[in-house]
Design a protein around this ligand. Structure first.
Ligand code: ZN
Length: 142
């Protein structure tokens, strides 16, 4: 079986698959489209054909994504779409890019390729608050 991998933007996904509004909670996340992972909402999601179900969760890279199908790991919520996804294809929709949070100065950095995170994580500082000596040391050890 071939497994195609398709990446879409959030707008493309909305237009192509047409998420349905969460009718259980009229104050749902994602402008009213997301279903929670507990209670009546997840029960309703489970009743749908799996091809209409999408999971929203955290990616390994620190960004957040929507994926086709039912999943449990790092899940934040679910979506149900009018248009089903196609068997044999994995869809990934990036919702937010990874960020790096500095424990020292509490600044958040957009870090799409995890370059800051890879370099500064061990130091628990960021490019702003690390000293020149610390950065030098990092560059010598990496
Ligand atoms: Zn910092």
């Amino acid at each position: 079986m071939t497994n195609n991998f398709i990446e879409l933007t959030e707008e493309e996904w909305f237009e192509q698959f047409k998420p349905v509004l969460n009718h259980i909670d009229d104050n749902a996340s994602f402008d009213g489209y997301m279903f929670e992972t507990y209670g009546d909402e997840v029960d309703y999601v489970k009743e749908q054909d799996v091809h209409h179900i999408w999971m929203y969760g955290d990616g390994d890279d620190g960004g957040s994504y929507i994926w086709s199908g039912w999943g449990f790991v790092n899940r934040i919520g679910y979506f149900i779409t009018e248009v089903p996804w196609v068997e044999g294809t994995t869809y990934q929709i990036q919702v937010s890019i990874p960020f790096y949070f500095c424990e020292n100065c509490e600044k958040e950095w957009e870090d799409p390729d995890n370059l800051i995170s890879d370099k500064f994580w061990e130091l628990q500082k960021c490019p702003d608050c690390a000293t020149i000596e610390e950065i030098k040391e990092l560059e010598e050890t990496q």
